[in-house]
Every structure is written in structure tokens, then in C-alpha cells.
Write a protein that binds this ligand. Structure first.
Ligand code: C2E
Ligand code: MG
Ligand code: MG
Length: 457
């Protein structure tokens, strides 16, 4: 009898190693996405048999990128490894912890209550437990001082095979995003209404994109006058005409676009259309100068590093003089990230474009900041003008706002002037440029041109 004997230890180790590699995250040794998806399928089958619930808990470490950038990737990795270890210790044997990549970790819990309300409560308790263990301080390097962090947590429940695994991940992600929006370091439970809101917003964005492409957006122009009622400028305001004849105002659709790059395309369209249309008007006003064109610039546009290149690429080929342009930037927006925006305004100013502070007096500007910006004027907030002739407080604030602008030698315009009494008060206070229904409503180009020509004649 001949016996042949092989030592297969190495072979088996290699197999185990390959298996581990294929199903686990090499850094944290948690399950990877592939294994998680497999486990979700199995958990759903068990939930279906037992009639109970399961939960998918997605956690995203707050400001992880900042940690990585400031402390280095090694310490970022060390943090992830420690969090993974904590999860592994705290979870029940039947639960699965996984890393989807980056700083996104997922916990899959099974055998929660049969009643959805109770199951949601249990899932929230687990979420809070995870939240607490993540908040415990970390020592990332021996001898180093303690580091602490938080996570934004999104939770979704499942019951049998009601929802696919990837759909569940999407739901947990939506809930996690809500937690981020609520200021981070908190948890949110997925609700179908969240998804509806997101789908609705995607639908509206698609409709707006089509409106831009199909030419359903228009600009209307509102005159700006001096103390004698002579037209010295105009503001371009955006409108969206629907098929049924309804005309939407910016507040009804722009906030949506603001969160996406669609705002950049709309912004480009506004600049090019307004410059082309206003350039087509007769050469000069009664004032002996061309109308100055006011265009509103949104937060998204201001945040675009290529803003100035984009603007110049539009106005240079049509030879629209930059000095005729006045960008209106809302006060609230400008002071969001003052240092950055100040640099952008410097560059716009250097390109010869004037900048006016819109909605001035609504309460954000500090004198020190105002002084540092290359502004060419301020526009007093129409909410203040609205109450000017009825509320002594509003009158006081307007007077103070005009005083500030005067001290900084910034020209002033008042918007939303509807009554003679408001105009007279403003004149008394030293304001000599106005915009509002009293002098003209926002008009489509043709009507604006006719009114303008009859004045120039
Ligand atoms: P804003 O720049 O402060 O514009 C002034 C708003 O006041 C306009 O509303 C205008 O129609 C309205 N208005 C003018 N005179 C009077 C008046 O006498 N009484 C009253 N009650 N209202 C008056 P609109 O057109 O609805 O625009 C609202 C805001 O939407 C604008 O505020 C501006 O921030 C933004 N917006 C408008 N067009 C654009 C655009 O092309 N791009 C961007 N990014 N934002 C725009
Ligand atoms: Mg404006
Ligand atoms: Mg305004």
C-alpha cells in the first residue's frame, strides 16, 4: 500500500486569504459591499419567514475629509480602524458591520420587533448606542492627545423582501443626508416622504432644465430712476412661462436650481440674454449715458471658481462694456464666506465690473467688512422700504443704513418704492436713485423698449 500525503495548509490559507480579500475591506476587516449585499438578502429572507423587521444603519463620519487633510491619511485610517473595532465589540453576533468605502460604514441589524413602531424604536436605540460609542475619545497615535469625532447616522427599516438591498442603501443614505443637513452629529430615520421630496425636486430640476433649453425662460426689466425720474439703469429679473400661461417668479424655482450646476447654466443665460437685449436699445438715455444693467448673481455662481472667465467669455465677443454691468449680490450671501467672496469681488472689480450690495440693511453687514469690499453701491432692502412711511423703526433703520453708505461714500439706490410718501422720505434722507412700481413694473423687453424710447424722444 502506498500512501501519498500533501500538506495543504498553505493552499487553505491562501484560499481563506482570497476569500477574506473578496468579501472584506482590507483596512478595517469589516464586510465589504459585496458581502453586505449578500447578508442583506439573507436577512430579508429570515425577516420574511419570521415576520419581524430588520434595519440598515448608515453612518458617515463628520468632517472626515478635514481630518484626513489636516492630520494625514495614516491617522484617518487609524481612526477608521478604531471605529470598526468598536463596532465589532458592540454589535450582536447576528449583526453585520460593513465599510462601503471612504468613511461610510453600515450596520445591518436583524430580529427587531414585528410591530413597525417598536422596530423603529429599537433601531433608533441601536443608532444612539453607535452614536455614543463613536463620540468616545480616540488616541490615534501613542502619546498623542485624544481626538474626538461624531457621525451622521441614517436608519431605514425593512420587512421581508419589500425593498431591494440597493434600494435600502439608498434610503439609509437619504436619511443620513437629512442628518447632515440637520447640522450633523445626529441620526434620522428614513421616511417615505423624504424620498418623495427628493424625487419631486429632481422632477422640478428636470423641468427647469428643459425650460432653459426650449426657451421658456425670459427676462423682464425694471427701470431705475434718478431724483428727476430720468431712467439711469435697469434690473434684469428672471421669469419662467409655463405652457398654461402661468408665469413663475424666481423665488418659485431658483432655490431648487441653486443646489445644482443648473444654476451656472441659467446664470450664463441671464448674462448673455440681458447684455444682448439691453445692447439693442437706443444708444443713450435722457441722462446722456447708457442705461446701466443690473444682474443678480446667486450663491452658486459666486462659488464657481470660473465665474469671471465665464462672464468675460460672454460679454467680450459681443463687446458689451463691463463698466455698464452692475452685479447685484445679496448681503446675506456675501457674508456667508466673507474672505473668499472678498477675493472674488476684487477680481470682478479688476475686470471692470461694478458690484452692488443687494438687500442692504437686512442685518448682516459689518462696517469693517463693508469697507474692505470694492463695492460701487448699495441697494436698500425693499422690506425696509415697505414699512418706511408707516413704521418709525423702519424709517430709523433706513436712515442709519443710508448714513453707513454715505460714510463709506457708496451710492445708494432704494428698491420696492411704491408710494410718493416713500420717495419723499428717501429724498429727505439723501437717497437719489429709486426702483419700484411707482416708476415702472418689471416689463418684457418690447414694453421696456417702447417706454424707454418714448422717454428718450
Ligand atoms: P431682488 O434682486 O431684490 O429683486 C427685487 C424684487 O422686487 C423683484 O422680484 C421685483 O419684481 C420686486 N419689486 C420691484 N419693485 C417692487 C415694488 O415696488 N414693490 C414690490 N413689492 N416688489 C417690487 P422678483 O422678480 O420676484 O425677484 C425676486 C428675487 O429673485 C430677486 O430679488 C433676486 O434676488 C432673484 N432673482 C431675480 N432674477 C434673478 C436672476 O436672473 N438670477 C438670480 N440669481 N436671481 C434672480
Ligand atoms: Mg436685485
Ligand atoms: Mg433686493
Amino acid at each position: 500500500m502506498i500512501g501519498i500525503c500533501y500538506d495543504v495548509t498553505d493552499q487553505m490559507r491562501a484560499d481563506e486569504w482570497i476569500h477574506a480579500l473578496a468579501f472584506h475591506d482590507p483596512l478595517t476587516r469589516l464586510a465589504n459591499r459585496r458581502l453586505l449585499m449578500e447578508r442583506i438578502g439573507q436577512a430579508q429572507a429570515r425577516s420574511h419567514r419570521r415576520g419581524d423587521h430588520g434595519a440598515l444603519i448608515l453612518l458617515d463620519i463628520d468632517h472626515f475629509k478635514k481630518l484626513n487633510d489636516t492630520l494625514g491619511h495614516d491617522l484617518g485610517d487609524a481612526l477608521l480602524i478604531q471605529i470598526a473595532e468598536r463596532l465589532a465589540v458592540a454589535l450582536r453576533e447576528t449583526d453585520t458591520a460593513a465599510r462601503l468605502g471612504g468613511d461610510e460604514l453600515v450596520v445591518l441589524c436583524e430580529a427587531l420587533d414585528v410591530q413597525p413602531e417598536n422596530a423603529a424604536h429599537e433601531a433608533a436605540m441601536i443608532g444612539e448606542k453607535i452614536d455614543a460609542l463613536i463620540r468616545e475619545p480616540y488616541r490615534l497615535e501613542p502619546g498623542d492627545h485624544a481626538y474626538s469625532c461624531t457621525a451622521s447616522i441614517g436608519i431605514t427599516l425593512f420587512h421581508g423582501h419589500d425593498t431591494t438591498g440597493s434600494e435600502l442603501l439608498k434610503q439609509a443614505d437619504i436619511a443620513m443626508y437629512q442628518a447632515k443637513r440637520a447640522g450633523r452629529a445626529t441620526l434620522r430615520l428614513f421616511q417615505p416622504a423624504m424620498q418623495q421630496a427628493i424625487e419631486e425636486s429632481a422632477r422640478r430640476e428636470g423641468a427647469l432644465r428643459r425650460a432653459l433649453e426650449q426657451g421658456d425662460l425670459q427676462l423682464v426689466y425694471q427701470p431705475q430712476v434718478d431724483r428727476d425720474g430720468v431712467w439711469v439703469g435697469c434690473e434684469a429679473l428672471l421669469r419662467w412661462s409655463l405652457l398654461d400661461g402661468t408665469v413663475l417668479k424666481p423665488a418659485q424655482f431658483l432655490t431648487e436650481a441653486e443646489t445644482t450646476d443648473l444654476m451656472l447654466s441659467i446664470g450664463d443665460w441671464v448674462v448673455s440674454t440681458a447684455c444682448r437685449e439691453i445692447a439693442s436699445l437706443p444708444a443713450s438715455t435722457q441722462a446722456g449715458k447708457d442705461l446701466v444693467l443690473g444682474i443678480n448673481i446667486s450663491a452658486r455662481q459666486l462659488a464657481d471658481p470660473r465665474l469671471i472667465e465665464r462672464i468675460l467669455a460672454i460679454i467680450q465677443p459681443m463687446r458689451f462694456p463691463p463698466a455698464r454691468l452692475r452685479f447685484e449680490i445679496s448681503e446675506a450671501l456675501l457674508f456667508g464666506d466673507f474672505e473668499r467672496n472678498a477675493v472674488i469681488l476684487e477680481r470682478l472689480g479688476a475686470a471692470g465690473i461694478r458690484i452692488e450690495l443687494d438687500d442692504f440693511g437686512s442685518g448682516y453687514s459689518s462696517l469693517v467688512h463693508l469697507k474692505r469690499l470694492p463695492l460701487s453701491g448699495v441697494k436698500i432692502d425693499q422690506r425696509l422700504i415697505a414699512a418706511l412711511d408707516t413704521d418709525p423703526n423702519a424709517a430709523m433703520i433706513v436712515r442709519a443704513a443710508i448714513g453707513v453708505a454715505d460714510a463709506l461714500t457708496l451710492p445708494i439706490i432704494a428698491e420696492g418704492v411704491e408710494r410718493e410718501s416713500q420717495r419723499n422720505l428717501l429724498l429727505d434722507m439723501g437717497c437719489v436713485r429709486f426702483q419700484g412700481f411707482l416708476f415702472g413694473r418689471p416689463m418684457p423687453l418690447d414694453a421696456f423698449r417702447r417706454a424707454y424710447e418714448s422717454r428718450c424722444a
